[in-house]
Design a protein around this ligand. Structure first.
Ligand SMILES: NC(=O)C1=CN([C@@H]2O[C@H](COP(=O)(O)OP(=O)(O)OC[C@H]3O[C@@H](n4cnc5c(N)ncnc54)[C@H](OP(=O)(O)O)[C@@H]3O)[C@@H](O)[C@H]2O)C=CC1
Ligand SMILES: Cc1cn([C@H]2C[C@H](O)[C@@H](COP(=O)(O)OP(=O)(O)O[C@H]3O[C@@H](C)C(=O)[C@@H](O)[C@H]3O)O2)c(=O)[nH]c1=O
Length: 291
């Protein structure tokens, strides 16, 4: 396979891509550090593209602290828009395809129907807005792009809701979890496999795609699933969004329609609870193996 460079390699999805590439025995993927592959550093980017002459760049680099972004719009925009723009320009100059990851938070989430790729965007947070700006810049600069919008990523790597719940569940007897925000969790290993499968397909069906796991749930039901699978005894209380005030406003309904992805690439999408079981098993194995 031709060379692939992963940006944001040390983040959650970057680490999942490393595991997925290893499992698929794909050896042509490089995972440079943030210092070598800072998407705000055009000279570093040019050096990397010259060195590896990649056919694909996968962008997992992002500003993902949703609440913090409300007070840090400048940095969020730099990383989620300007950095993405830099990558798109490098890809254009070197004839590479950009695989970029975006979010369900580009939607307002005020309509309880699965969202297609053409559904109207209207982000309610700085994070969502800057991610949308990044998407728009790619579309304007680089025809050879795949923009994969995903939601509620979790895995054994990095920071995510599953790891937060397991930690809180080991410290507290009861937790209050929002039950009126509905979406779909996505195991980041499944997304990493989907990205590598898109690249391996050799297809050139560029554009925006929705990819999450299958199914629909709320954060409350997701937390219930996490504790059931992990066998943790915690009393859970469903609450309304208003009872858990946060800086950023999150969509109430962000379930995405995956039909375009499945039809174009002929790939199946795992059900969220099946993938949750896989992730919790992986977390348990990691704990057992820790000295
Ligand atoms: N996490 C989620 O629930 C969801 C994520 N997404 C999207 O998926 C993608 C991957 O997310 P995830 O892996 O969870 O996020 P992480 O926050 O785990 O990873 C993002 C990575 O980007 C790095 N980074 C930040 N700034 C730069 C920069 N200037 N140059 C290079 N790297 C940089 C970060 O490094 P450092 O930590 O050192 O700053 C971090 O390693 C993102 O695009 C995100 O918007 C979409 C939906 C849900
Ligand atoms: C810890 C906690 C969270 N919550 C709620 C708050 C929030 O609505 C929801 C999830 O909280 P988190 O802060 O873990 O997740 P959050 O950062 O909102 O997750 C989002 O991240 C970005 C990057 C995305 O792109 C989105 O798809 C989505 O995954 O759970 C509770 O109700 N009770 C709790 O004890």
């Amino acid at each position: 396979m031709e060379n692939i460079i992963v940006f944001g390699a040390s983040g959650q999805l970057g680490q999942c891509l490393e595991k997925a590439a290893w499992q698929k025995k794909i050896t042509s993927v490089v995972f440079p550090s943030k210092k070598e592959a800072n998407i705000l550093d055009n000279e570093a980017l040019a050096r990397l593209f010259q060195q590896y002459k990649p056919a694909f760049a996968i962008n997992c680099a992002a500003y993902t602290a949703v609440d913090k972004a409300e007070d840090d719009a400048e940095l969020a925009r730099k990383i989620n828009k300007t950095g993405v723009q830099n990558l798109a320009l490098q890809c254009k100059a070197h004839g590479a395809t950009l695989v970029h990851v975006s979010t369900d938070f580009v939607f307002e989430g005020n309509n309880p129907l699965p969202l297609g790729e053409d559904a109207a965007t209207n982000p309610t947070s700085i994070y969502g807005l800057t991610k949308l700006e990044g998407e728009q810049d790619i579309i304007a600069i680089l025809p050879k792009h795949y923009i994969l919008r995903t939601s509620w990523l979790y895995s054994e790597y990095g920071n995510n809701f599953v790891k937060t719940m397991l930690k809180l569940g080991s410290e507290r007897d009861e937790l209050k979890i929002i039950a009126d925000q509905v979406g779909t969790p996505t195991y980041a290993i499944d997304l990493a496999n989907a990205i590598l499968d898109i690249i391996s397909s050799g297809k050139e069906n560029y554009g925006v795609y929705h990819y999450s796991n299958e199914g629909v749930t709320s954060w409350y039901d997701f937390a219930k699933g996490i504790f059931d699978v992990a066998g943790t005894n915690v009393k859970l209380y469903p609450i309304r969004t208003a009872e858990y005030p946060t800086k950023a406003t999150r969509p109430a309904f962000s379930v995405m329609d995956k039909a375009k992805f499945k039809k174009t690439f002929g790939l199946e999408v795992p059900y969220w609870r099946d993938s949750l079981i896989t992730c919790i098993k992986a977390l348990e194995i990691n704990t057992i193996n820790k000295p």
